[in-house]
Design a binder for this molecule. Structure first.
Ligand code: SAM
Length: 294
């Protein structure tokens, strides 16, 4: 049964008290669409969150109920609003140098040993697979620049992708307020960022880091145009929103793009499931290496 034609409850109690009627059935339809489009699973306990994130869309569109909103996003010409809904419902929390041990590992175990080969022309590719507003890929870039200040002159690139077009735009822009840049070591900030003229308290990522990062919109449960191979993939704090079969599919697809011995970094509350365990060896806390001889 399509989402659009699912039976609707009439006069059903609202799941959340507020300006707009929001029934359990409305919630289910929105959750089904989000799962279908992004692989994200939402339990009913997230009803208030869904309501608060989408109520402003109903106001902007002049709609009277979530049932009208569900009809719109399920309709053939609701494509734009489906994308807006998806952007509104993704959780984009991120930080520069979040889970700092990953960046220490990247610097000491992955990049530092590669520097002579990079200088001799080695190709290096790193993927930040759910990059949100750019803090993760820029943390990777700053880590690389700490070892190789002229990294942009070599064949080293960081792919930064996310399903949320607004976040990808923020990342590309590279403009952050003072609070957000706090976790960046002062020496990196002074060297690779500058205060934005005319915008008090805002910092812009400098060209040396920006030149290393390519931002793209990409759905992890959709087709991936890139062929790899990657030397490292950061996929942190996103599969936690997916169910187990979706997670296993993604680990398997990453494994195809990682050369033997290449690295994968995942979030602190995530794990590689039993079906994919043979594809990776643990290399410390939430760090994995693709199996196979190097
Ligand atoms: C909590 S943030 C994590 C950001 C960063 N990796 C970190 O750990 O700080 C999760 C990100 O995953 C993105 N996301 C959710 N579903 C996705 C999907 N199907 N494909 C790609 N990105 C997705 C969201 O838009 C959001 O920006």
């Amino acid at each position: 049964m399509s989402v659009a034609s699912a039976p609707r409850q009439s006069q059903a109690a609202s799941l959340v008290d507020g300006e707009f009627a929001f029934t359990t059935e409305d919630f289910r339809q929105i959750a089904a669409l989000l799962y279908e489009q992004a692989g994200i699973t939402l339990s009913e306990s997230k009803g208030t969150l869904v309501y608060s994130r989408l109520a402003k869309r109903l106001r902007a569109l002049g709609l009277n109920s979530f049932s009208e909103y569900c009809d719109l996003v399920a309709s053939a010409d609701g494509g734009n609003e489906r994308a807006t809904m998806l952007n509104a419902l993704t959780t984009n929390v991120t930080r520069f140098f979040r889970e700092p041990h990953h960046f220490d590992h990247l610097r000491d175990q992955v990049l530092a040993p590669m520097i002579p080969a990079i200088k001799a022309g080695k190709r290096v590719r790193i993927w930040s697979a759910a990059c949100s507003s750019g803090q993760e890929p820029y943390s990777i870039a700053l880590t690389l620049l700490s070892l190789l200040p002229d990294a942009a002159n070599y064949d080293v690139k960081i792919l930064a992708s996310d399903i949320d077009s607004i976040m990808v735009g923020h990342g590309r822009e590279g403009l952050y307020n003072e609070d957000l840049v706090e976790p960046i070591p002062a020496a990196f900030r002074e060297r690779h960022m500058r205060r934005e003229e005319g915008q008090r308290g805002m910092w812009r990522m400098g060209e040396a880091a920006k030149a290393l990062v390519a931002f793209r919109e990409l759905n992890l449960i959709g087709a991936w145009p890139m062929k790899g191979p990657f030397d490292a993939i950061f996929c942190r704090n996103v599969v936690i929103y997916f169910d187990e079969p979706t997670q296993e599919r993604i680990w398997g697809r990453f494994a195809e793009l990682l050369q033997p011995g290449a690295y994968m970094y995942i979030g602190h509350s995530e794990r590689v499931g039993p079906q994919s365990a043979h594809l990776f060896n643990s290399d410390g806390l939430t760090v994995y290496r693709r199996t196979g001889a190097k």
